[in-house]
Design a protein around this ligand. Structure first.
Ligand SMILES: C=CC1=C(C)c2cc3[nH]c(cc4nc(cc5[nH]c(cc1n2)c(C)c5CCC(=O)O)C(CCC(=O)O)=C4C)c(C)c3C=C
Ligand SMILES: [Fe+2]
Length: 426
């Protein structure tokens, strides 16, 4: 009898999966316009007033077509495409390895929001593999409606449309900037890079985060700014405890479009610091954990040149964490803590209760209740082969773009207000 019970209750580990969510980037220059289309057609990125929402695909077509040449120039300078897919896959492999080293077999999937491998494909694979326990980990340390929020909305939509998925035990980690591994690895790199300067003690530690429009924070309650400020304060306090006394600044980069973004802007701040007599600057990209166009082109090329023009000759940049072992090992610990089966076995309280920083982790629908009550339906992504970037597609894209301009002008004449004045403001 005893033996029978033992055989029945023998612990068979459930197939465990980790889904890494990321933004995605164009692999080649040909991908730039359709990638930008996918980005701008997302209403977490361009927010139109309700009466103009039907225009979003046309507007996305127009803006992506207009922006593609400038973006392509940037991608050309960093080797003809984004390194994001390769680095995220390396992070997935390293995390799988770190989990295995801790006795947990798991498959780590990559799901991108705007380019390959798309989230939709990752979810299809997760279903095919029969995963029963899933941890969803957006690769953004801080939560923003525009990044993790957008990916989670899409995920929630997929869960809602599929009963099989909806019953999948899962836990979403909303943000993790306060984790020991992220904090320590960043502080270690700052300390190391400071030592490369001739006069390390005179260098300004310059945290540069990707910006978001002010309206996200002030009207929609995006916790991004607050989390960013907490994150920088925590890293600085760690550095202070190691005896690092340098001044520091937090500024926001990469703004797009005509509305006000979080300030201070990185470019303005660099000029201001130069004018104030700062002669050394160490840039610390803080909102993203992989090298990408905004570290390799915007910071390493544009801001470095701007610093020199502003009278700051000594320049350095902290590398992105990528597969840094301290960072990846701690992500593995985080995944183990949040595994739904672990929480059940240990009888853990709601994960929301285990720290009071940032939004709580939990099921995707619970999480989104706090951030997105409207739950508007998101469009499926455009894939390269659909548009083909053929001559006829280019012609049609051009025609659609012209039509969009016409509709925008008509709206402006009839309502007396420009659509772009509302852009990102509602
Ligand atoms: C935490 C990071 C990011 C936030 C917040 C964010 C918000 C945000 N971004 C745009 C517009 C663009 N982003 C682009 C690329 C891009 N953005 C991030 C990160 C954040 N974005 C990443 C990692 C990348 C990919 C870079 C790569 O290597 O491919 C682009 C395309 C590039 C370009 O043309 O500059 C645009 C456009 C908005 C509007 C926004 C908030 C509303
Ligand atoms: Fe961005």
């Amino acid at each position: 009898m005893l033996a029978r019970v033992a055989r029945h209750s023998a612990y068979r580990p459930a197939p465990v999966g980790v889904l890494l969510l990321n933004l995605g980037g164009p692999d080649t220059l040909q991908d730039v316009q359709p990638f930008l289309y996918n980005l701008f057609v997302d209403d977490s990125i361009i927010r139109l007033p309700p009466y103009a929402r039907f225009l979003q695909p046309l507007l996305a077509q127009l803006i992506s077509t207009l922006r593609a040449p400038k973006s392509s120039e940037g991608y050309k300078k960093i080797g003809g495409g984004s390194p994001l897919r390769r680095i995220t896959q390396e992070q997935a492999n390293a995390l799988e390895e770190a989990l295995r080293a801790r006795g947990q077999d798991a498959r780590v999937y990559v799901g991108m929001r705007y380019w390959y491998p798309f989230m939709e494909d990752a979810i299809a694979q997760i279903k095919q593999d029969g995963v029963t326990d899933l941890v969803v980990l957006p690769l953004y340390p801080q939560f923003s409606i525009s990044t993790s929020g957008s990916s989670l909305r899409l995920l929630q939509q997929m869960f809602e449309a599929d009963t099989e998925l909806d019953s999948l035990r899962h836990c979403v980690i909303a943000s993790w900037y306060f984790r020991e591994g992220f904090q320590k690895a960043t502080a270690d790199l700052v300390e190391r890079e400071l030592q490369r300067f001739e006069r390390p003690e005179e260098v300004e530690i310059f945290f540069s985060a990707h910006g978001v429009p002010v309206s996200y924070v002030e009207q929609d309650g995006d916790p991004y700014k607050e989390e960013m400020e907490q994150c920088v304060a925590m890293i600085m306090s760690r550095l202070r405890s190691r005896g690092v006394r340098n001044h520091h600044t937090l500024a926001y980069q990469s703004r797009v479009g005509p509305v006000e973004w979080l300030q201070p802007y990185t470019d303005a701040k660099i000029r201001e610091l130069g004018a104030a007599g700062v002669r050394g600057l160490l840039a610390v990209p803080i909102s993203f954990v992989s090298e990408h166009i905004e570290t390799l082109e915007e910071i390493d090329m544009e801001y470095r040149e701007l610093a020199h023009e502003s009278g700051i000759p000594a320049w350095g940049r902290v590398p992105a964490l990528n597969t840094n072992a301290t960072f990846i090992d701690d992500l593995a610990e985080l995944v183990l803590e949040k595994l739904p089966s672990t929480a059940l076995r240990l009888g853990a309280a709601s994960p929301a209760e285990d720290h009071n920083l940032g939004p709580p982790s939990g099921r995707v629908d619970e999480l989104l209740q706090a951030y997105d009550r409207e739950r508007r339906v998101l469009p499926p992504p455009v894939r390269m082969w659909q548009w083909g970037w053929t001559k006829s597609a280019e012609t049609w894209n051009g025609r659609i773009a012209m039509l969009a301009v016409l509709v925008i002008l008509l709206l402006e004449v009839t309502t007396g207000q420009g659509v772009l004045t509302h852009w990102l403001q509602l």
